[in-house]
Ligand binder design. Structure first.
Ligand code: ADP
Length: 308
């Protein structure tokens, strides 16, 4: 069984009568890039702040690196780097000067760390440029560099992609994958836009009104994203059985939808299906290729609510 890096157990956070987090149970395993996805106000920041120690749960508890008590948790947090709010950088300082400032302030002895993390975050070439002249994506990456300064094993990032242009999103995705695959970091990253985290996350937790509605692995989400064929004939049960026997074993008759469903259209293209139905002597009433996008899934999960 893989090691659990961070875990929330029956966690509740209350603001007056309002539960910002309502009996949350979730866990981040070693090696994961865990995408925490939810609309604004869903409870993402509140949950991440529990792991950084900026908030404490009113009920339930959290675990980090297998530790639970207050002191042990604080120690475990030394193995964690985070950006919850944008860190304060001096606009007229370069990236090197800003990081050097924090290195001294945090009493980190190893001077060479700055060069290393600037290289890791792709900022080395621009290391002497003033912070005020950085793009938003570069500013975000400098924030990540700062979070990496004490060489953590676990990285907590709250909406680091928010406001980035498409090129900035690609850069951020590359950086996350590099830190995860090459440096072995476990990462939890939040966003209110699911597609921003696609092709990056290894698992997804969907949060709404302080509740984790669903957790899925990346491959489970990929299955949802796949296209499928939906068809209707004059004898759906018989046709479903015939298709399952002759073309695609995964075809079935859906009583709920009152039609035949064929997942995995790669092995059963629509022309082949329609030809087979007609040749077998049945009437084909309709055939539709349905594609569920990630955003469709997300909206459906949130009960048709809009994302913003
Ligand atoms: P997200 O990060 O998903 O946008 P938050 O965790 O910031 O959501 O907020 C979750 C809920 O808790 C929201 O309803 C928000 O208004 C409320 N909330 C967050 N912080 C506070 C606070 N300090 N005082 C009162 N309510 C808060």
């Amino acid at each position: 069984m893989s090691e659990i890096i961070a875990k929330a157990v029956d966690v509740e956070v209350l603001y007056g009568n309002h539960a910002a987090l309502d009996k949350i149970n979730m866990q981040v395993k070693k090696g994961d890039i865990y995408a925490l996805v939810g609309k604004n106000g869903a409870g993402k920041t509140t949950l991440l702040r529990l792991f950084t120690g900026q908030n404490a749960p009113d009920y339930g508890h959290i675990e980090m690196f297998g530790e639970t008590g207050r002191q042990a948790l604080n120690k475990a947090r030394h193995r964690t780097g985070a950006i919850i709010e944008t860190p304060a950088f001096y606009p007229f300082f370069s990236a090197v000067q800003n990081l050097e400032y924090y290195r001294i302030q945090r009493n980190i002895k190893d001077k060479s760390i700055i060069e290393r993390i600037l290289k890791d975050t792709g900022l080395y070439e621009a290391r002497n440029k003033k912070f005020k002249n950085y793009s938003l994506g570069m500013k975000q990456r400098l924030g990540i560099a700062l979070a990496l300064m004490h060489e953590p094993e676990f990285l907590i990032l709250d909406e680091p992609i928010n406001g980035l242009d498409p090129a900035g999103i690609v850069e951020m995705r590359k950086l996350m994958l590099k830190l995860n695959r090459e440096k072995g970091l476990t990462i939890i990253i939040s966003s209110h836009i699911l597609s921003e985290l696609a092709n990056m996350a290894t698992c997804y937790g969907f949060i709404d009104h302080g509740v984790i509605l669903k957790e899925l692995t990346a491959s489970e989400l990929e299955d949802i994203e796949k296209s499928y064929i939906k068809l209707s004939t004059n004898n759906d049960e018989a046709v479903a059985a015939a298709i399952a026997e002759n073309i695609n074993a995964s075809a079935y008759y859906s009583m709920d939808d009152r039609c035949i469903m064929i997942p995995d259209i790669d092995i059963s293209p629509s022309e082949k299906i329609s030809r087979f139905v007609v040749k077998s002597g049945y009437d084909l009433y309709s055939l539709e290729i349905v594609k569920t996008t990630l955003e469709d899934y997300f909206i459906q999960l949130l009960g048709g609510a809009s994302i913003e």
